[in-house]
Design a protein around this ligand. Structure first.
Ligand code: IMP
Ligand code: MG
Length: 172
């Protein structure tokens, strides 16, 4: 199989993520930000985002059921790994790789909101609005893209390509 073709190059990702860090700090100027990173796809985005911020951050990780080896969602969301610490009174930012149908973020926002955070925001690197099935609020979006199945920079196809430093489109 040919390597994925470049959709968003490494330098564009880096520049936009630095801007997103500034947007987050502007929205939450005086608070400790507690990031909840959605595994596995958002790990690289989180890692660059937090390095563009100051020391008033902490982070935790959560995992939900994913597509498996398919490129289509089953529509079913299941919690696979919960966060390690409580969210009560904290300024929580969910960090996700991509919002597609919106089902995953809708589910996560619902369960995390019930834990009583002082505020709950969502930062998502990519958005595919044409595929949305539920209306979900995403406060910070890196890039809006057309309906392509994308890989790289944390995102996978059957667990491959997560290590690509750019966002690419699969070519068959
Ligand atoms: P949603 O629940 O349909 O919004 O899907 C969100 C999840 O599906 C993301 O966290 C990704 O793991 C996965 N996903 C959606 N679109 C893509 C894609 O184009 N490439 C890789 N994973 C994707
Ligand atoms: Mg994901």
């Amino acid at each position: 199989m040919a390597p994925p073709t470049v959709l968003i190059e490494q330098r564009a990702l880096a520049a936009r993520i630095r801007e997103m860090a500034t947007e987050l700090r502007t929205a939450l100027p005086n608070d400790d930000i507690h990031f909840v990173c959605v595994l596995k796809g958002a790990f690289m985005f989180l890692s660059d985002l937090v390095r563009a911020l100051d020391e008033r951050v902490s982070m935790d990780f959560i995992a939900v059921s994913s597509y498996g080896a398919s490129t289509k969602s089953t529509g079913e969301v299941r919690l696979v790994k919960d966060v390690d610490t409580g969210l009560q009174g904290r300024h929580v930012v969910i960090v996700e790789d991509i919002v597609d149908t919106g089902l995953t973020l809708h589910y996560l926002q619902d369960i995390l909101r019930r834990r009583g955070p002082a505020s709950l925001h969502t930062a998502c690197l990519l958005s595919k609005p044409s595929r949305r099935q539920v209306d979900v609020k995403v406060d910070f979006i890196g890039f809006t893209i057309d309906d392509h199945f994308v890989v790289g920079y944390g995102l996978d196809y059957a667990e491959r390509y997560r290590n690509l430093p750019y966002i690419g489109i699969m070519v068959s």
